[in-house]
Design a binder for this molecule. Sequence first.
Ligand code: PAJ
Length: 281
Amino acid sequence: MKIGNTIQEVRENVKAWRTEGLTVGFVPTMGYLHEGHQSLMNRAAKENDRVVVSIFINPLQFGKKEDLETYPRDLEKDIIVCASAGTNLIFHPTAEEMYGEDFCSFVDMNGLTDTLCGKSRPGHFRGVCTVVMKLFNIVKPDRAYFGQKDAQQVAIIKRMVRDLNLDLEVIACGTIREADGLAKSSRNIYLNHEERKASAILKEALGVAEKKLAAGIRASVEIQRSIREKIASEAAVRLDYAEIVDLETLLPVNRVEAPALVAAAVYVGKTRLIDNFIYEI
Ligand code: PAJ
């Protein structure tokens, strides 16, 4: 496994693979890797001849009051995780390598980026789209792997690929969880003991919604109310949103008559957690 810090190194490696006729899978990450990231790498290794993982804490997707400075890092462990999951090349650039002083071009999107998490994180998805577009242009993968845990990110990247005619396939992978159901996340490290215990309520609340849907309830307001009530039963957790939206447009649906995304976000102390499930009719 190689570790490259420059765009040129990545380009040279990928070019050499291409001349051999090899396919390339790509997993973009911000590091502090866990089993969720690892599952994406395993899938990429299964479906491609070579795997590139990027580890880059993208300043552009953090709001001014967000956790850019404190975002967890552990490159040594990340290297071990990547190696054990069949990665061939880690791309670990500096912010200067990615964004020159005079950087002024961005990828922006209407609609999809303003709802759900976009409401409380203005500019976040502009930063995500811009860095992912850059990474796609640097790595030029055949397939790119994203976690369904970040469902809005998946919908946005799929739309960007479609709208801008990028020649690659975006593959969404299932959410990997802790024993109590909490979705694995690099940010879970922020939770203290009490907060960590309280966090299980997020998945439980989505479970209540899933049961309502299975019982034939179709009105979104009723399903949303059940999530809200369950979250309210845990004093340490505050709801940001509970929404039921179309899988592609992310527009709210009033009645769940077609496959839909049920997504929620909460604050546990200062930590923001998200989770979701796709309801298949
Ligand atoms: P990061 O939060 O490091 O996540 C990298 C990838 O891992 C994302 O596609 C995310 O959805 C996936 N992932 C995270 N937790 C997961 C879990 N529990 N199960 C399955 N997959 C999981 O998402 C980002 O980084 C950034 O926005 C990025 C796309 C790298 C752009 O900077």
